[in-house]
Design a protein around this ligand. Structure first.
Ligand code: C2E
Ligand code: CA
Ligand code: CA
Length: 538
């Protein structure tokens, strides 16, 4: 007999259901489609009601959520899973990691992760045999709570999977914001066959996941075509009716005894040639993502020193900050505006990226020339990685950042400092600089020569005080100066007798701040006090 229960029947039957294990877990195995081996399983809640028969989550979980009962149900399922794993461990049956579902309602309530940890400890299950599944949509309307749950799960050692990824465009943001270890793509969310739009969406998702180095599991895979397609785009892990329906614990144990296991390789080799052709198609999802969801990016090909720009997005043009267009960039030779040194550096980075299959970066200067503004130089920081290969030709994806202003500031600072030092030599000034972050003091040559200082004094000012440069009765005052400068004071000056000879010097400090207004360095100078000045300060 099978009947869908009413809300009233669910609520009145719930206590018995927990007590009598009417609510329990079924297991759906996950397989590696390349090897045919089992890699894990997901625990799915079931309710065998004595009068109404087998109940499925869609029919009763929403009622439990609405009435604040889901936490108890989920903890009960979690405990069932722990008991199952303990049984396998004790009977020396092969063990696979089992994923358990966490409802958004679970983590709204107090210390859910603390509760599952107590249960896990009770059954003494190594954390690697349990994996948490969190639904991406539970992050909608505030990722705070989910992020902190993920953090807690990570702290406890759990691998965290993002469930139902791809159920909406919010996914792209969720992927960036949530620190998950595995992504589950649900084939049911993909309309149409794998050859059509659904396939394009899924391949873009897998590609995105790869860029984030996150392995993917395909769920709801029902046909060989779907599984083969997933494999072809680099997602080997499959869960779905094709391999197995959810089965009871007893059936699962039989399967485990027979099965060849393999660890769900965290060390997946993620790089696979991608279907770069999608990037040509202005209507493809890849194009949509490329144009709208990523920063300043370009795609180029590289073959034996020859580089060709294939695509740039609008943000790329904007980031260059030059009077140029997408079309001009594509049709120009990229090496034209790079000098030989910078070209060598860029090519070296390209070769590194080919070798490592990983992201590599460099900074290069480029000269641009435009009719209205004349010539200008910009410094571009590039992060690149290989996304495809055909023969000797490599396809690269690169993100850029215009760091010219940053570079110019450094150059300017460097220059002014050099001039300042030079001037101080001429004007009988002792000069030095002090970096707040490192507590390092760098003296000018006169300081080094006259006071026998090393080029860098660590742990300033204490080191200088110990050397006897400041008389003991001035030491505390001087330490306080440094504290004040560190706290953001822009300027301090006063007269301090220096060295054992207690020669009065006029000491001045000026602070330099970083772009966030935090003190970066203090520039100090000391000039010998002339008689008039001493009289004035006295
Ligand atoms: P889910 O976590 O996405 O679970 C996968 C669902 O897809 C399961 O439905 C599973 O039986 C079904 N499925 C597996 N392979 C295929 C396939 O090849 N084709 C199709 N069409 N479906 C397939 P189920 O067991 O009815 O669970 C539905 C949802 O209920 C789950 O979706 C999950 O969100 C929730 N749920 C299940 N167990 C629990 C639990 O213990 N706690 C909580 N909080 N939620 C649970
Ligand atoms: Ca799930
Ligand atoms: Ca799912």
């Amino acid at each position: 007999m099978q009947k869908t229960m009413t809300e009233q029947e669910i609520l009145s039957g719930f206590d018995d259901a927990i007590r009598e294990n009417q609510i329990f877990a079924c297991y759906q195995p996950q397989y590696n489609h390349s090897t045919g081996r089992m890699t894990g399983a997901e625990a799915l809640m079931r309710w065998n009601h004595p009068a109404f028969g087998r109940q499925y989550p869609a029919d009763f979980i929403p009622v439990l959520e609405k009435n604040g009962l889901i936490q108890r149900a989920d903890l009960h399922v979690f405990e069932t899973v722990c008991r199952f794993q303990r049984e396998c461990l004790d009977a020396q049956i092969p063990v696979v990691p089992v994923s358990f579902n966490i409802s958004r309602h679970d983590i709204f309530e107090r210390d859910y992760i603390g509760e599952i940890e107590k249960i896990r400890e009770k059954y003494d299950i190594p954390v690697k045999y349990l994996r948490a599944e969190i639904t991406e949509s539970s992050a909608v309307g505030g990722t705070e709570l989910v992020s902190s749950a993920i953090r807690q799960l990570h702290d406890a050692g759990y691998i965290v999977e993002m469930d139902d990824f791809g159920s909406g465009y919010s996914s792209l943001n969720a992927l960036k914001d949530l620190d998950v270890d595995i992504i589950k793509l649900d084939m049911n969310f993909l309309s149409g066959d794998v050859g059509g739009r659904g396939g394009a969406i899924v391949s873009a998702m897998v590609q995105m996941a790869k860029w984030l180095k996150t392995p993917t599991i395909a769920e709801g895979v029902e046909t060989v075509e779907q599984a083969d397609y997933m494999k072809s785009i680099g997602c080997n892990y499959i869960q779905g009716y094709l391999y197995s329906r959810p089965v009871t614990g007893e059936q699962m144990i039989e399967t485990l005894k027979r099965t060849n296991l393999e660890p769900t390789a965290p060390a997946l080799k993620l790089l696979q040639p991608m279907d770069a052709e999608k990037f040509w198609n202005p209507d493809s999802l890849e194009t949509l993502i490329f144009s709208n969801y990523v920063g300043a990016a370009c795609i180029f090909s590289y073959e034996n020193g020859h580089i060709e720009m294939l695509r740039v997005n609008q943000k790329y043009v904007h980031e260059l900050g030059m009077n140029t267009t997408e079309k001009e960039i594509i049709h120009s030779n990229p090496w034209d505006n790079v000098g030989p040194e910078n070209r060598a550096l860029y090519e070296k980075t390209i070769r590194r990226a080919i070798q490592s299959s990983d992201e590599e970066s460099c900074e290069t200067w480029r000269t641009f020339c435009s009719k209205c503004c004349g010539e200008d130089k910009v410094c571009i920081r590039t992060h690149m990685r290989v996304i495809g290969k055909a023969g000797n030709q490599y396809i690269f994806y690169a993100m850029i950042q215009n760091v010219t202003a940053e570079k110019r500031n450094y150059a300017l600072l460097f220059d002014s400092e050099r001039r300042f030092r030079f001037a101080s030599e001429q004007a009988n000034v002792y000069a030095w600089e002090y970096a707040f972050g490192t507590k390092q003091m760098r003296p000018c040559f006169r300081c080094m020569r006259d006071l026998h200082l090393p080029p860098v004094l660590e742990n300033y000012p204490d080191s200088a005080i110990e050397m006897g440069i400041f008389p003991p009765d001035y030491a505390d005052m001087y330490r306080d100066w440094i504290r004040q400068l560190e706290a953001g004071r822009e300027h301090i000056e006063g007269i301090i007798p220096l060295t054992v000879g207690r020669v009065p010097f006029h000491v001045r400090y000026t602070t330099e701040f970083d772009e966030n207004g935090r003190p970066l360095k203090a520039y100090g100078s000391a000039t010998m006090v002339v008689d008039g000045e001493r009289a004035k300060s006295a």
